[in-house]
Write a protein that binds this ligand. Sequence first.
Ligand code: GLU
Length: 467
Amino acid sequence: MSDYKFFEQVNRSFDKAAAYTEFDKGLLSQMKICNDVLHVTFPIERDNGKIEVIEGWRVEHSHHKLPTKGGIRFNMMVNEDETMALAALMTYKCSVVDVPFGGAKGGVKIDKSKFSEREIEKITRRYTYELIKKNFIGPGIDVPAPDYGTGAKEMGWILDTFRQMSTDINAEGCVTGKPIEQGGIRGRTEATGRGVFFGIREACDNKEDMKALGLKHGLEGKTFVVQGLGNVGYHSAKYMIEDGAILVGVAEMDGSIYSEKGIDLEKLMAYKSQNNGVTGFPGTQTLKNSSSVLESECDILIPAALENQINSDNAGKIKAKIIGEAANGPTTSEAHDIIKERGALIIPDNYLNAGGVTVSYFEWLKNIQHVRFGRMGKRFEENSYKKILSVIETVSERKFTDKELKFLAKGGGEEELVDSGLEETMITAYNQINEIRKEKGVDLRTAAFISAINKVGRIYGQMGIFP
Ligand code: GLU
């Protein structure tokens, strides 16, 4: 594999799209570069009393909107280039789905499995402290979230650490993806996978596009393979299956499995937690290595793990007609060109996995509004529906059953409102970028970049340049 480095990959896609825009070269360079790159090293005392030095980064890619926003990952592969690339992707992703943040990303270079929970807590708190000291965190400055290797627990520690050092009334909005009791929002855990599902469903509902791929429209009966059964992969697969798609293959760290007849996701999850992997799952064929299943027969391939998984080594062997990029940067630009050449549809990461940050935006709004979505209106809505239903009962001389009434007169609570906001966001953005794709005769990734560059560029164009 001789593919470019990750940040360079992102910039290559940017440049390709920039050619379709009217912005000045200098402005385009300003849009591409990372505004602030913070590299920290700090010691922690391990449970055995020994001192270990930990390395981490936080990159704020673009300050055209504040706060900046993006996850924090805990992984041994974390480095400066990766964090810069992911921060840049956050800027473009937020812009594609009209989430009013600049892009950022953080990472701590650790192998989580080698640390106890107490040690992970210490690392998270100390990393947060470094961010506070350097002014790299705050509800109006930079707002982290979960990413690969982190979740609600870590976000709770970040908030707690921040709050100890701050009297800001909006302190809860300094991080998203928190536990509900600490100001988190219902639906955030599922959000990225749910968004992936909405995006793929929208693409598959387009009759003209499906015809061009030689596929029937709709998700019903379409086969798919998922790489990575973490939070994003699991939830993407779950909603795809609920809508009638068939999971035929799974790739995990220990290897990959395939079954033409379909795989029972919930049983597989139980098997995976008992056996620490997916290979050997009854009723499936175990393939020789974890990436083999990416090359198997299926309609949709969903890479939901890390970057560079589809590269110049395996791109030529991939048979799927649709690639749904649930992960960030799973396809290198070299691989993208090979797959595109074959006529497949790539639904790009800078659109498809934006569900996470979209719901993070809702969580941040909830935090700075200090009120749960639905609290003011849910009952009022329900009572209004009930009044209308009772008029219908009088006119039609038919009484609704209690079950019907419950269903018909349901007001929107936090869960329903978050889900509907996410669905609206994903559908609107898909149609926006698909229109650009057709108008300019480009692929969806380039279209998403054109959309982002135009939106960010217009803001930069109106900003004063200070001496
Ligand atoms: N880490 C997620 C992403 O890459 C979510 C970021 C956020 O919610 O701020 O999009």
